[in-house]
Write a protein that binds this ligand. Structure first.
Ligand code: KG4
Ligand code: ZN
Length: 338
């Protein structure tokens, strides 16, 4: 078996992420170092990610972050055996920064490089655990851009069971937070507010749970919250109560569909990944659901739920170990089916 220290680079949206994964060590300890530089402050005044600003900031931050990560890992650039970078889906200008730097570095070092699917990175992040789940399992991918249920039969063997027809779960969190006046990115703030909310004061629909199937639709929820917010006294407590009602609706909807997916494939293991996987109430609900079914729910640590370089280094290492790498052309895929 060939030892590989894989440099992972993530630049698909508004976080610059870099990591080194060492296949010789393996497991969670194989993650020799990882660092994320978040552009949140840069985009906050615009209320959302500005693609051109994102690309420029990745250009500024990526090389210093690579240098910092290598130093933390106690490695020189010559110790890198392969480079993995996010090749899509994402913002094309942002993707090109990671792809160009990753490819050029690999070419200069004469090591293989591989373009990784961002959602495969999220999907495999929960395997960076001491007691990793083994396929087959069902994965719930919940991020700002995606909401999908995927049957995972092995590395690279994925079958889409269902997905959102409109807004992603994280997008719904962010938009709902924004319409109640919370600053970008609202998801985590809405969740924090919900912790002080009175459960049951507002009850919203559990979209598409009243019919069979594993697809989602979250865009109607924000409108329900908007109407309730407009008609309310708009006090701090009301905002928290609305946040609680919204969060409960999203969490319960996701839980119902996860139970249905496990039922459908006869599975007991649920793997949850993506930014919304950091949500504490979702984690509790899915853990309880799996326990009740005699199975288990696996989550990455919260820092590996949101965008990071570790998941890209890890997914790249698994793909390279399976013998995959690519010709040194720079191609990114702003839209890309896994
Ligand atoms: O995976 P991610 O970092 O980026 C994408 O690939 O989209 O996910 C970011 C999304 C955002 O929509 C953010 O609001 C949401 O994840 N998010 C949360 C929480 N933490 C992050 N949503 C609800 N509760 C949280 N604690
Ligand atoms: Zn992501």
């Amino acid at each position: 078996d060939m030892r590989m220290r894989v440099l992972g680079i993530e630049t698909s949206c508004d976080e610059t992420g870099v990591a080194v994964y060492d296949t010789d060590i393996g497991g969670p300890a194989g993650l020799r170092a990882h660092a994320v530089y978040s552009q949140i402050a840069l985009h906050a005044e615009y209320g959302g990610v500005v693609p051109e600003l994102a690309s420029r900031d990745h250009v500024r931050k990526l090389l210093p972050l690579i240098r910092q990560t290598l130093a933390e890992a106690g490695l020189g650039v010559g110790d890198i055996d392969a480079v993995a970078y996010t090749a899509g889906p994402g913002l094309v200008g942002a993707l090109l920064v990671g792809a160009a730097v990753g490819r050029a570095l690999a070419w200069a070092l004469e090591v293989p490089a591989i373009g990784v699917h961002h959602m495969e990175g999220h999907l495999l992040a929960p395997l960076l655990a001491d007691d990793p789940p083994a396929p087959p399992f069902v994965a719930l991918l919940v991020s700002g851009g995606h909401t999908q249920l995927v049957q995972v039969d092995g590395i690279g063997r994925y079958r889409l069971l269902g997905e959102t027809l409109d807004d992603a779960a994280g997008e719904a969190f962010d938009k709902t937070a924004k319409l109640m006046g919370l600053p970008y990115p609202g998801g985590p703030q809405l969740a924090a507010l919900a912790a002080h909310g009175v459960p049951g004061r507002f009850r919203f629909a559990r979209p598409m749970t009243d019919r069979p199937g594993l697809d989602f639709s979250f865009s109607g929820l924000k409108t329900q919250v908007l109407l309730a917010w407009r008609d309310s006294d708009q006090s701090e407590q009301t905002r928290a109560d609305l946040a609680r009602g919204f969060e409960d609706a999203v969490v319960e909807t996701l839980a119902i569909k996860c139970a249905r997916a496990l039922e459908q494939v006869g599975g007991k293991t649920l793997v949850v990944a993506g930014g919304v996987g950091a949500n504490q109430r979702l984690r509790a609900a899915l853990t309880a659901l799996c326990q009740a079914r005699g199975g288990r729910a696996c989550f990455p640590p919260p820092a590996l739920c949101t965008d990071n370089g570790a998941m890209i280094a890890f997914a790249g290492a698994l793909r390279l170990a399976a013998g995959q790498c690519e010709e040194p052309a720079i191609t990114v895929w702003p839209r890309w089916d896994m």
